[in-house]
Design a protein around this ligand. Structure first.
Ligand code: ATP
Ligand code: MG
Length: 541
């Protein structure tokens, strides 16, 4: 498939693509609008105390980052979330909360952001704080926070602090007294008191630092809230624009995919380029779909010779004329198609009419001996016809030829139905008859039975100057067409090209003729309207 073919598929299915895009976007718009607003809040935690340390070492920073990674994995797990839900006494499943909690580790730092989404902004904040608290409780510091040891240690610490301060004050006083003393005995006595106090202070200081380390639980495995969650004021969702755009894109993509799938599965012929490319045959004409017309499609070239439909037949005649050498006289063209109801009779009738209108002597032959209809189209008797000539029931061709309302156009009806139509058409008499026809007319147009339904068309294809294969757009299958072309070539027939029937008119397109229509004629060719392109809508037949 080339780019042009892709584009053609898109254009053909544009209605579906547009429709599904609009439906997807509209339904998403209304469902999104119906959803309650959602709020998000965020709390930031810090793992470790390196920031408070005057000279943090690389090991501590690394450890802090690793711990942050571990804690981030714990945030959305049961102990933390269940703990948060229970601490807030919420009637909520922890799994449901997990879907609304997100963790983000700020790269290259020991910072961890926990965000919570909720339809209630206050509950969002409470949950974020509670989750942070649950994480803190998992740390050694957090675990010992409520223990009796910690309480005792805190008391001891305060006690030691007071003792150290008191002892230091005493040392200072004793030092001053020693400096002022004169007696050597007194100086020695004061000095030994100072020494004893200093030994005590040093012992207390060592105990103090041990207790401090215990209380802090180490410097690294500590979590602190550095930024508390706030009550969000602006909802973050639902994201109407984002959702609608996404739904529209999905709707469009699905429709495009569906269109290509349908095209892939549908083997019917859709346009000129496709049929020409696949069958290697030229398109000699494209006949528009006729609708809202006074006359039946079979008679359009007679009843409305100036319409764009008739112009399509004139184009076909022009192409046909130049597809054969000018010397070829008494030419006979067979109009066939692969199946029934594809427009053989319609095209044969109108083509014969425009040829006669162009001054040709034309004989239109109903060689469709299975489903003859030309006598009905032209409202002529059918007691005598082709079959009569083939079985010898009619004395001569001239006797069975019927004049028509188009000057220069005569009709050879099918004649009475015969049970052995193929044998009759294959008889030598048929060849002789074609010779006789070529004497009486410049062009013979033959309507036939469907090519794949009976042998009739292939028998005649071998006898005529050229065969036209009618293809009903969007209906005739490509593989059936290829089979028909193969049959015609195998019997030695000369297949001249394709006639597309039911081609939709495209404004500005190849088949959209600048030709007057009924409306312009009714308006008597006056003013701008007389030159306006036809607006008539065609519908499938
Ligand atoms: N271009 C057209 N626009 C509108 N209607 C059309 C067109 N071509 C054919 N039709 C209609 O389609 C129907 C079948 O057309 P037609 O009888 O010409 O087909 P057919 O191939 O001769 O059929 P069969 O195989 O039965 O002889 C008819 O009702 C005809 O009026
Ligand atoms: Mg027919």
């Amino acid at each position: 498939m080339g780019l042009q073919q892709y584009l053609r598929v898109i254009v053909r299915w544009l209605w579906l693509i547009v429709l599904s895009t609009i439906v997807a976007a509209a339904s998403t718009y209304f469902t999104t609008r119906a959803q309650p607003p959602v709020y998000r809040t965020k709390t930031t935690l810090m793992i470790g105390r390196t920031i408070e340390s005057a000279s943090p070492n690389a090991g501590e920073i690394y450890m802090g980052e690793q711990l942050a990674l571990t804690y981030s994995q714990l945030v959305r797990r049961e102990p933390v979330l269940r703990g948060a839900v229970e601490s807030l006494k919420l009637n909520m499943d922890w799994q449901a909360l997990a879907g609304r909690v997100a963790v983000n580790l700020v790269p290259q730092t020991q910072l961890m952001e926990i965000s919570v989404v909720d339809s209630n902004p206050y509950r969002a904040k409470a949950l974020a704080d509670a989750i942070a608290q649950q994480l803190i409780l998992l740390t050694p510091e957090g675990r010992s926070a409520q223990s009796q040891e910690r309480e005792f240690a805190s008391e001891q610490l305060a006690d030691l602090k007071a003792k150290i301060a008191q002892a230091k004050a005493e040392i200072e006083r004793l030092t001053k007294e020693r400096d002022a003393a004169i007696s050597a005995r007194r100086i020695q006595d004061l000095q030994s008191q100072i020494n004893a106090l200093e030994t005590k202070v040093s012992g207390w200081q060592s105990t103090y630092s041990q207790l401090l380390t215990f209380l802090q639980g180490g410097n690294v495995n500590v979590i602190r809230v550095v930024e508390e969650a706030t009550v969000p004021t602006m909802p973050i969702g639902p994201d109407v624009v984002g959702n609608v755009l996404l739904a529209a894109a999905i709707g469009m993509a699905l429709a495009i995919g569906g269109a290509f799938l349908i095209e892939y599965l549908d083997n019917s012929i859709k346009d000129q380029a496709e049929v020409e490319q696949r069958l290697g045959l030229p398109t000699l004409g494209a006949i528009a779909r006729v609708s809202n017309h006074d006359a039946p499609p079979e008679m359009v070239a007679v009843s409305d010779p100036r319409s764009r439909f008739s112009e399509g037949y004139r184009m076909l005649w022009a192409n046909l004329r130049y597809s054969l050498p000018a010397s070829a006289r008494g030419r006979a063209f067979l109009i066939t198609s692969v199946g029934p109801d594809e427009g053989k009779t319609t095209i044969a009738t109108n083509l014969a009419a425009v040829m006669a209108q162009a001054g040709q002597r034309v004989i239109l032959v109903d060689s469709d001996l299975r489903h003859p209809s030309l006598h009905e189209v032209w409202n002529c008797p059918n007691e005598l016809g082709l079959t009569s000539l083939l079985v010898g029931d009619a004395p001569s061709l001239e006797v069975v030829l019927q004049p028509t309302k188009v000057q220069g156009l005569q009709l050879l009806p099918s004649g009475p139905l015969s049970p052995n139509a193929s044998e009759l058409l294959a008889s030598p008499r048929m060849g002789e008859l074609l010779e006789e026809l070529s004497e009486l007319a410049d062009v013979t147009i033959m309507d036939t039975a469907p090519l794949l339904a009976a042998a009739d068309a292939s028998i005649l294809a071998a006898l005529v100057t050229g065969t036209l294969l009618v293809v009903k757009v969007g209906h005739t299958r490509m593989d059936a067409c290829a089979q028909a072309v193969d049959i015609i070539r195998r019997v030695g027939g000369n297949i001249l090209g394709i006639v597309l029937n039911g081609q939709a008119l495209r404004r500005g397109g190849y088949y959209y003729y600048y030709y007057e229509d009924d409306e312009t004629r009714r308006n008597g060719h006056k003013g701008k309207k007389a030159h306006r392109r036809p607006r008539q809508k065609e519908k499938p037949f």
